[in-house]
Every structure is written in C-alpha cells, then in structure tokens.
Ligand binder design. Sequence first.
Ligand code: SF4
Length: 260
Amino acid sequence: MNHTPYDPVERHRLLERWVSRTVNGHFERKYWRFRADRWYGGVATADCVGCGLSCRFCWANENSFYNSDSTGFYQSPQEVAARLGSTASAKGYNQARVSGGEPTISMPHLLQLLERLRYNKSLNFILETNGILLGNDRNFSRALSDFRFLHVRVSLKGCNEDDFEKLTGASSQGFEFQLQSLKNLVDDGVSCHAAVMTSFSSRDSFLQLANRLSSIDPRLARDLETEEVIMYPRVAKKLRAFGLRPCSEHRPDNVPERLV
Ligand code: SF4
C-alpha cells in the first residue's frame, strides 16, 4: 500500500484542537475509558483520545486519529486525578498512567494533571509517550523535570528512520524527534527509559539502535525494553493490508508482564 508520509508534529498539533479545550482556566482533554490494568504489576489507567501517529500495529487506532473528533468525553485534570486516585486506592496500586492515545497532546492538561497528582503522595506516574512532541520542544521536558514522581517511557517505532516510516506512515524525521525526546529528558534530569517495537526489525538494526542510545546515555541502551506486536485480530488484519509481516509476535492471550 503506497502512501505519502505525513508530518508527525503537524498531526499532533492538529489533534490538539480536536481533543482539548479550555474551561475556566482548566485544560480539559478527551478520554474514552478509565480502568485498572495489570501492566507494571498493577496501574490505574486513563485512556485518552487522540494520537498523531497511525502505527500499523496499534491496538487503539480506532480511538487515536481518525475518530478523535467524535469519540470520548471531556475530563478536567481534577476529574482525571480523582478517578486515577480512587482506582489506585481501591486496587491497592501505587502507580497511575495515561494510555490509549498520546498523553502529551495538550501539554497544559498533562501538566495540570501532574500538579493535581503531586498531592497524592502514594502514587507514581508513568508517562507512556511516542516522544514526538517532547522531541520537538525542549520546554516540555523542562516542565516535566519538576515532577519527581514521574517516569517517562518513550516508545520507539522501530530501530531506525526507515522502520519508523514503514510502521507509522509518518515522515522518517519523526524517529529523530523520538531520539531527541530521550536526549531532552536525560539532559533535564527526568527519569526515563526507551522501549522499541522489534517485531519488524533485524538484529543488526537493533544493535545499531542500542549504539545510538548509548551515545545519548549508556543507561538508555542498558535499560532498553523490547516490545513485540500483539496479534489482536484487528491488528493482524491491518498488518496484512499494509503488507507487514512480523518476525516475532505475541498471541493476545500470552502477553508477558511489563515492568518499569
Ligand atoms: S504512538 Fe501509540 S497510541 Fe499512537 S498510534 Fe502508535 S501505538 Fe497507537
């Protein structure tokens, strides 16, 4: 399937208008689900609407770009913090996250949410991001450095620029933003690690990525987490449509636990 690569930064900026709004000085963001989830040994999870990438292997695409205007409901930072806090306390979790889309769209909302969560002394926050906006604007990582209960997981879409374009349909420059986000976070002293989708990459390109990460900070190479595609039926169908064949995969009923 041929395509013209899209600009990943522009798509995230466009989405900000569709999935966020300001009400009485509060930055509201659209969400589509709140839940308790087993990842990381148990984490209270808010699933947001909207992502500026269209990863071919994404399980949440239906709620990410194309339907973001008509999907979900607005929540204020206070409401999200309260729902995460009550889910965590009901389940005995000490971790919370925003998932299901890209949490850095509407950074003011994310920062107000973190401000609210700061007062919940029992919760750590895991920011799962594709890193595009964090790599595009250094101010984001500077602002995040203020929250010591935060850990950022940057999810790399393949091992290099070519993988990135093949897996997301976005311009390969997006991969440089992903790596730059890690550099910005390291430089600003924000706790972070990288994860990489390896199901469509060669062993050599994985080793080359580890070298590139090591040149930013050796800890990024040491802590590099690998991800493999989960073959939900809709994901398998999409991969077939794009002619993508994973060299490794997980069945939906056999996905290993993810730890921070
Ligand atoms: S970056 Fe994440 S949420 Fe966005 S399309 Fe890719 S896998 Fe889905």
